[in-house]
Write a protein that binds this ligand. Structure first.
Ligand code: AMP
Length: 580
C-alpha cells in the first residue's frame, strides 16, 4: 500500500546538488517507484521495473544516475533508449532540470528527423548523457560518431513499447556496443515474453520492482473523469465547484508548491480554501483539518502525503487535479470521500498523454470511470437561480420583514410601478456580483483545441478584458516554424486557449508572440522548456536580453513585469537550449 512507503528524499542519499533541485521543484516525497528504485540504482545494481508513465519513473532512474555522474568526464556515461521522439525529449528535459546544479553537465536528445549535423556538433563538444530512439542511436554507433566506451548505465524506458514498435534488433545491437560491466535498468508498463527475454539476456541479477496494481475501491463512491481539453484545469474546477452539490472538497496535486498556488487561486475566486502539505507543521495541519471538519473551510488542496489517513465525513468530493502516480494512490485518494457509508464523488482530470494511467486505474480497480462533460453555462445559470430562490424562501421564513414590506408599499405608491417590476429590480441588484445569467467573460465556454487561428483584432482583445504582452521565443523561420506550430504547442503545453494568443510575428531566428500579461509564473517557466521545430522556446519578455537567467520567470502581476528579469545574467547551459 502507498502508506507503507514512508521513506523521505533525504533518506535516499542522493547527491546534494540533486537533492537541492528536488526541493526547488517541490517534490515532497518519493513516489513508490522512486522509493524502491533509487537505493539499488545508487548501489550500481541492475533493475527490472514494471511501471508506467505518470508513476515518476523518469526521476526514479534519473536522480540516482545523475548523482553518480563524473562531471570531469565529457563522454556519455548514461544512455537512455526511448520508443518515441516525444519521450526522448521529455526525458532529456527532465534530466536537464534535475541536473540544474551539476556544473558543466550536458544531456543530448537524439532522434530521427532531426538534422544529423546538429547532433554531430553537440556530440563533438562532449555530453555526459544521451537520450534517444534506437534507430538514430544505432546510426551514430555505426558511423562511429557516438562512443559508449565510458558508459556507466543504460536505461531502456518503455521497453514494451520499444519492442512493439519493432526496435528489438536495434536495441540488441546497441547493447552490444556497451561495455561489459555497465549497469542497466529496464522499465516497462507490461512484461510480455519479448521484454522478459531481453531482460534475461542483459540484466545481471536485477532487483525486480513491481508497482502493485491490485486494489479495490469503495462502491459508494461514484467515479468520473474529465478529459483536459480546451480549458485550463483551474477553470474546469471552478465550474465543477459552482455546479455540484459540494459539502467539502479535497483536491489532490503533486507538489507542495502547487497546494499553495492552487489554494490561493481558488481563494481569489471566492472559495474558502487552504493548502495542506508536508512543509506545514503538525499543529498547522491539524488546524486546517479541524476547520474542514467544522465547516469553516470547504476546500483543502493537498499532496498525497499530507492527506494520508485523512478522515473527514464532510468530504463529499475528491478531485484528482493532478493524476496520481499509481493506482494505489488513486484508491487511497478517493477513499477520503464516501466515508461512514455516505455517498462520495471522485473526479479525475486526465490530460491526453495521461490516458494510459486512466486505463491502468480502471483495470486495477476493475471499475469503469465515466467520462464527464463540464457543466455548461446554462447548468450554472440554473444552479444559481435555484440557490437564489432558496435564499429568498429562507429569508422570507426566518426574518422579520415588516419594515421592508412598508418600504415596498411606499415605493410602489410613490413611483406607481407594479410589485413585479420592483421585485425584478431588487433581484437584479442582488445578483449583480454573481449574475444569474453568467456572461461569456465570466464563464468560459469549452473550446475545441483545434481552433482556427485568426489574426487578432483589437476589438477581440477588449472584449476579453485581457492584457497581452509581447514575448520573444527562440524559434524562427530558419527552423521552419509556422504560426500553427506555435499556437499548437502553446495551447497543448501551457494550457492556454488559442484565443489567449495574440499576434505572432515570425523572424529569421526567433519569433514574437503576444500572450496574456497575467500568465502564471509556472506556465512561463514551462514554456521556456517547450520544444517547437527542434528548438526550445526559451521564452522571454520581448525586448529583454536573451542572456537572462533561465528558469526565473519575471514577476508577473500588477506593475511587476520584467523587473526581476534583468538582462546580463548567466547564459543558459547548452543542454537547455536543445539541438542547434
Ligand atoms: P513520469 O512518470 O516520469 O512521466 O513523471 C510524471 C510526473 O510526475 C512528472 O511531471 C514529474 O515531474 C512528476 N514527479 C515525479 N516525481 C515526483 C515526486 N516525487 N513528487 C511530485 N511529482 C513528481
Amino acid at each position: 500500500m502507498t502508506e507503507e512507503i514512508s521513506v523521505t528524499f533525504s533518506e535516499l542519499l542522493l547527491a546534494p546538488a540533486i537533492h537541492k533541485v528536488i526541493n526547488e521543484v517541490g517534490y515532497e516525497t518519493p513516489s513508490p517507484i522512486q522509493a524502491r528504485s533509487i537505493p539499488p540504482l545508487l548501489e550500481g545494481r541492475d533493475l527490472l521495473g514494471q511501471a508506467q508513465t505518470g508513476t515518476g519513473k523518469t526521476a526514479a532512474f534519473a536522480l540516482p544516475l545523475l548523482s553518480l555522474i563524473d562531471l570531469k568526464l565529457k563522454s556519455p556515461q548514461i544512455l537512455v533508449l526511448t520508443p518515441t521522439r516525444e519521450l526522448a525529449l521529455q526525458v532529456a528535459e527532465a534530466m536537464s532540470t534535475y541536473a540544474r546544479h551539476l556544473k558543466g553537465f550536458q544531456v543530448l536528445p537524439i532522434y530521427g528527423g532531426q538534422s544529423m549535423s546538429q547532433q554531430l556538433r553537440q556530440l563533438h563538444r562532449g555530453v555526459q548523457a544521451v537520450v534517444g530512439t534506437p534507430g538514430r542511436i544505432q546510426d551514430h554507433l555505426r558511423r562511429g560518431t557516438l562512443k559508449l566506451d565510458q558508459l556507466r548505465c543504460v536505461v531502456l524506458d518503455e521497453a514494451d513499447e520499444m519492442l512493439r514498435m519493432g526496435f528489438v534488433d536495434e536495441v540488441e545491437q546497441i547493447l552490444k556496443h556497451t561495455p561489459p560491466g555497465r549497469q542497466m535498468a529496464l522499465f516497462s508498463a507490461t512484461m510480455p515474453r519479448e521484454v522478459l527475454q531481453v531482460a534475461r539476456r542483459h540484466l545481471q541479477n536485477p532487483v525486480e520492482i513491481q508497482i502493485k496494481t491490485k486494489t479495490s475501491t469503495v462502491d459508494t463512491i461514484s467515479q468520473r473523469y474529465w478529459q483536459v481539453k480546451g480549458m485550463h484545469k483551474l477553470d474546469a474546477l471552478t465550474r465543477i465547484l459552482e455546479a455540484e452539490d459540494i459539502e467539502g472538497m479535497l483536491v489532490f496535486v503533486r507538489t507542495k508548491t502547487a497546494t499553495v498556488e492552487l489554494s490561493e487561486k481558488l481563494e481569489s475566486r471566492g472559495f474558502s480554501c487552504a493548502p495542506l502539505n508536508g512543509d506545514m507543521t503538525q499543529p498547522m495541519r491539524e488546524k486546517t483539518v479541524d476547520r474542514l471538519k467544522a465547516g469553516t473551510l470547504d476546500i483543502v488542496v493537498a499532496t498525497d502525503v499530507a492527506a494520508r489517513g485523512l478522515d473527514v465525513k464532510r468530504i463529499s468530493h475528491v478531485v484528482n487535479y493532478d493524476i496520481p502516480y499509481d493506482t494505489e494512490s488513486y484508491v487511497h485518494r478517493i477513499g477520503r470521500t464516501g466515508r461512514a457509508g455516505r455517498e462520495g464523488q471522485a473526479i479525475l482530470f486526465v490530460a491526453p498523454r495521461e490516458r494510459r494511467m486512466l486505463a491502468a486505474i480502471e483495470r486495477a480497480t476493475r471499475q469503469p470511470i465515466k467520462a464527464m462533460s463540464l457543466p455548461s453555462r446554462k447548468d450554472i445559470s440554473n444552479r444559481r437561480v435555484d440557490q437564489f430562490k432558496e435564499q429568498i424562501s429562507e429569508a422570507m421564513e426566518s426574518q422579520d420583514l415588516e419594515f421592508f414590506e412598508e418600504f415596498i408599499d411606499s415605493y410602489q405608491h410613490e413611483h406607481d410601478v407594479g410589485f413585479r417590476r420592483i421585485a425584478a429590480t431588487l433581484s437584479y441588484l442582488m445578483q449583480k456580483d454573481k449574475p444569474l445569467q453568467p456572461e461569456g467573460g465570466e464563464i468560459e465556454e469549452v473550446v475545441e483545441e483545434r481552433e482556427e487561428r485568426q489574426p487578432r483584432r483589437n476589438q477581440d482583445r477588449n472584449d476579453q478584458n485581457q492584457h497581452l504582452s509581447s514575448y520573444r521565443i527562440e524559434v524562427g523561420r530558419t527552423h521552419g516554424v509556422e504560426p500553427k506550430h506555435i499556437v499548437g504547442s502553446i495551447t497543448n503545453e501551457a494550457n492556454l486557449r488559442s484565443r489567449d494568443i495574440g499576434q505572432i510575428k515570425i523572424n529569421n531566428d526567433h519569433s514574437i508572440v503576444d500572450l496574456p500579461e497575467a500568465m502564471p509564473p509556472e506556465v512561463f517557466r514551462h514554456l521556456q522548456k517547450v520544444w517547437v521545430c527542434g528548438q526550445q522556446l526559451q521564452i522571454s519578455p520581448a525586448g529583454e536580453s536573451r542572456n537572462a537567467r533561465p528558469g526565473k520567470p519575471p514577476a508577473f502581476g500588477k506593475g511587476g513585469e520584467n523587473r526581476r528579469f534583468k538582462p546580463g545574467g548567466k547564459k543558459p547551459p547548452r543542454s537547455r537550449r536543445g539541438p542547434q
